[in-house]
Write a protein that binds this ligand. Structure first.
Ligand code: BGC
Ligand code: BGC
Length: 854
């Protein structure tokens, strides 16, 4: 056995250790995920690429006079308060009274009084209290009304009972700008009922790599639909110049995230976009051209970088292009502590961002207070010019005047305030149901199995059949869309509900079971299955294979088919995925995306009328190319080499009588291809792995951000980005641990052959007092472990370190590497406090020091 390390700290190690472990220091703060930490490359800039926009909302001399009058009366403190946007979990009404923030937000899954079931009246109560505190000048001398911003991104999705529309990927498939405008108008109205002034939508990302966890937030992989829709949504949310612009039932809109969020390398969330400036404009800027021309008053800066430089600090993008050249005169808001990711910045201090052209810091967490104080000090010392602050505040005031924030009644007195009948109103749901119908894309319909006749005996099955949370996806009541039950959706319909209702009306027969069992043999099974909800970085994946290592849905389709039952698959997903095997096993296959609360729209199309005639035909067409293998994640319309399984614009209807053979290739990875790293944890457990706590004989699947079991407690932490690390405390009362386990074993022979290394980042808060074991587990209760406490106790505490262990240390004779279900299990019996992030089994580990167990 030998050990080498490249770290001075460990050069003195006595080498009498059981295993080889490599440590290397890494920065504690704001370190980018390695794969997106691109080199900053100087690019030649060409401002002539960018147009001067014909903005539909023109500057108005009288309004500018009012802006200036207010600006001149303000102190520096009052100005900076306008530029700070805290989050409702982190400020009180008294903070609002004392500081007079220009705006505030509720993040995804954040509600008045942290009550998921908050009613419209509860929302109004908070809006009214914040508003009154903002115009109370007794402490801060300011009486400028504040405004409340929220992510109403597929309807007013943080509010129980709201109408939730299909996510944008489904709306893209409808390709209907008029319908989209109606949807946006309804969203504005439901938001207005709860005292909201400002909505952080539309997302105009043009998604070029479907591995991105935000793929479903984009309308298309091509700018064509995105550009049209951007204008429609902005008009629906804000109204139009000269026609109810920011009228009583309208909200301020935000085109986001500026710029290039959908074009990052590898589809990495918050990653690096390395396109040329011309391509950045041609592909990613079209939504801004149309949305700003239509009058959107705000733009959100993006987390991503362009050629290694974070957009939140990019003056060329935010000021020279957007404001100076394109002529945007509204405000630029940051994204969720996005400023803290700029080199040299923290969440608490970032003059670079303001100087680059950011007008409002979105600053959740307790960072708002130091940020406010530091920004004031930076203006006083000249680091931030006062002219820049005055420009930012003028923009904020301009938007407030245009939106009537100064002139309209307080939130409680507005015309639709608290009118809960409008939340989930049936006329709103009708529009959502129409959108569901028109978003469905029919990919296969052999022997015209669809539409189903009402006198057939129908089985509805699959874990998505009666699951409104699953069909609604991320950004649904909670941020990730997880943890919801059907009872969280009053007034909504599951996909099964819609089918059952239609059949009941026609005296037809339907059976429901989530696992494909039935009492009476059905003629046909509608199997509803697909991705579990996710949002942002948690949804990033390595390749497009559906149900990697866990083919339960395929098994269900095959079982039904083998029993001689016709199979209609309804696939719920936030992106196109590689499902060749599932398509082969189905007679008909429908891409249903993430339809939202009106699952009944699916029955409208799948089932015929009583006389057997078509009720509603399929209209949806793919706005994303559909992959024919797991690696076709960035195959896009107009590529020179373009061989998707189904191309952009594909989508059958009932007139189509063709037959598709059931022989699509099901084989994985071509020979000779480089193995990609197997991620176990990156911001979240990566599928198929799931994170469990274990204490004594008990085990518990983690489902929320703070949990405990016996001797172990667990919570999520922010390291570089939101919730990308986890903190674990062992209290020493019994043997306890955490483990990542899959439901089905994985074959990791390839990793063994490639000399893979298990790497993870660790932050020791309090070194271990008893042995600490890192184990892997395989089928049949086999386990193999290495002891880590010596290495852990030598680590510098309270800083992030990388730990890397040769995979062969685990690949012992008694271990079946073809049947591994637990790639990481950390346990101890004594006191021990650590944090971890980024757990990867890496076959391409290139760091110098080679570590071995032999
Ligand atoms: C997202 C934005 C969102 C914001 C506020 C961010 O993480 O990127 O799209 O508006 O959070 O919730
Ligand atoms: C918060 C959400 C928020 C999201 C924005 C999370 O850490 O819990 O409320 O919307 O960050 O990215």
């Amino acid at each position: 056995m030998f050990i080498q390390t490249n770290s001075k700290l460990f050069a003195h190690l006595g080498l009498a250790t059981v295993i080889g472990v490599l440590f290397s220091g890494c920065n504690t703060q704001k370190q980018l995920p390695e794969k997106s930490a691109a080199q900053k490359v100087a690019i030649e800039k060409d401002i002539s690429i960018w147009p001067v926009l014909e903005l539909s909302i023109k500057k108005d001399a009288e309004l500018e006079y009012r802006v200036n009058k207010v600006l001149f009366s303000m102190t520096l403190e009052q100005k900076i308060a306008q530029m700070i946007q805290p989050e409702i979990r982190d400020i009180s009404v008294e903070d609002m009274r004392k500081y007079g923030f220009g705006s505030y937000l509720n993040g995804g899954g954040s509600f008045p009084e942290s009550n998921k079931k908050a009613t419209p009246d509860d929302w109004i109560k908070l809006a009214e209290a914040m508003y009154q505190a903002s115009i109370d000048d007794s402490l801060d001398g300011s009486n400028i009304p504040t405004m409340w911003g929220t992510d109403a991104v597929h309807g007013h999705n943080n509010v129980i009972g709201a109408t939730l529309f299909p996510h944008n990927i489904g709306l893209g498939a409808t390709n209907s700008p008029k319908l989209i405008e109606q949807i946006a108008a309804i969203t504005a109205k439901e938001a207005i009922v709860t005292g909201i002034d400002w909505v952080f939508a539309p997302t105009v990302a043009v998604v070029r790599d479907d591995r991105w966890g935000r793929t479903y937030e984009g309308y298309s992989e091509d700018p064509e639909i995105v550009a049209k829709y951007s204008a429609s949504i902005v008009k629906g949310l804000q109204g139009m110049a000269g026609d109810n612009f920011l009228g009583k039932d309208k909200v301020i809109s935000t085109v986001k995230h500026f710029l290039g969020d959908g074009g990052t390398e590898g589809g990495d969330d918050q990653g690096d976009n390395i396109l040329s400036e011309q391509a950045l404009f041609d592909i990613h800027a079209q939504g801004y051209v149309e949305g700003l021309t239509a009058g959107s008053q705000t733009v959100m800066a993006s987390f991503n970088s362009w050629h290694g430089e974070k957009n939140h600090g990019n003056k060329y993008l935010l000021t020279e292009i957007l404001k100076d050249k394109m002529g945007f005169d509204g405000l630029v808001v940051g994204d969720w502590n996005g400023h803290g990711q700029i080199a040299g910045c923290t969440n608490e201090s970032c003059p670079q961002s303001i100087n680059a052209g950011l007008d409002i810091f979105m600053v959740p967490t307790n960072a708002w207070k130091p940020l406010y104080e530091n920004t004031i000090a930076q203006v006083k010392s000249g680091i931030i010019p006062l002219t820049r602050v005055d420009d930012a505040v003028s923009r904020i005031l301009r938007v407030k005047f245009r939106a009537g924030i100064f002139d309209k009644p307080s939130p409680a007195k507005r015309i639709y305030s608290g009118n809960s009948d409008l939340i989930g109103a049936s006329s709103h749901r009708e529009v959502a149901r129409q959108a569901v119908r028109e978003s469905l894309v029919l990919l296969k319909n052999n022997d015209q199995v669809l539409p189903l006749k009402l006198d057939q005996n129908i089985l509805v099955t699959g874990d998505g059949a009666h699951n409104i949370g699953k069909q609604s996806g991320g950004w649904t009541i909670t941020w990730q869309g997880t943890g919801n039950n059907n009872s969280d959706f009053p007034g909504a319909s599951s996909i099964y509900d819609g089918i059952a209702k239609k059949l009941a009306d026609a005296n037809g027969s339907v059976q429901l079971s989530s696992d494909g069992t039935y009492q009476q043999k059905p003629d046909v099974a509608i199997v509803i299955f697909g991705e579990e909800p996710y949002a942002e970085g948690n949804g990033d994946i390595d390749n497009l294979e559906y149900q990697r290592g866990d083919k339960t849905d395929l098994a269900l389709l095959k079982k039904l088919k083998a029993e001689g039952i016709k199979v209609v698959s309804v696939f719920i997903s936030g992106r196109p995925l590689w499902v060749n095997a599932e398509i082969n096993a189905s007679d008909a296959f429908v891409a249903a995306w993430l339809p939202g609360t009106e699952g009944a729209g699916i029955a409208d199309v799948l089932l015929a009328k009583e006389n057997g005639a078509i009720d509603y035909d399929f209209k949806g067409k793919l706005s994303y190319s559909w992959p024919g293998d797991e690696h076709q994640s960035s195959v896009n319309r107009f590529d020179t080499e373009y061989h998707p399984l189904f191309g952009y614009g594909y989508g059958l209807n009932y007139a189509y009588k063709g037959y598709m053979s059931n022989t699509l290739g099901e084989g994985k990875r071509k020979k000779g291809e480089k193995l990609t790293a197997l991620k176990i944890f990156e911001r979240a457990a990566i599928k198929p792995w799931q994170l469990y706590l274990q204490s004594g004989d008990e085990s518990q699947l983690i489902s929320s951000s703070v949990e405990s079991l016996g001797a172990i407690s667990y919570k999520t932490m922010d390291r570089s980005v939101q919730e990308d690390a986890r903190a674990i405390v062992f209290d020493g009362s019994e043997k306890a641990g955490i483990r990542f386990t899959a439901n089905f074993p994985e074959d990791l022979h390839g990793f063994a052959e490639n000399n893979a290394v298990l790497t993870f980042d660790v932050f020791v808060e309090k070194g271990p007092e008893s042995p600490v074991y890192l184990a892997m587990g395989c089928d049949g209760e086999c386990e193999t472990s290495v002891e880590l406490s010596e290495h852990l106790s030598l680590l510098p505490t309270n800083s992030w370190q990388k730990m890397s262990i040769d995979f062969s240390c685990f690949n012992t004779a008694e271990f079946d590497i073809g049947k591994l279900h637990t790639p990481f299990k950390l346990s101890t019996q004594g006191l021990f406090n650590i944090r971890f992030s980024n757990i990867i089994l890496d076959p391409n580990f290139t760091e110098k020091s080679v570590v071995s167990c032999q």
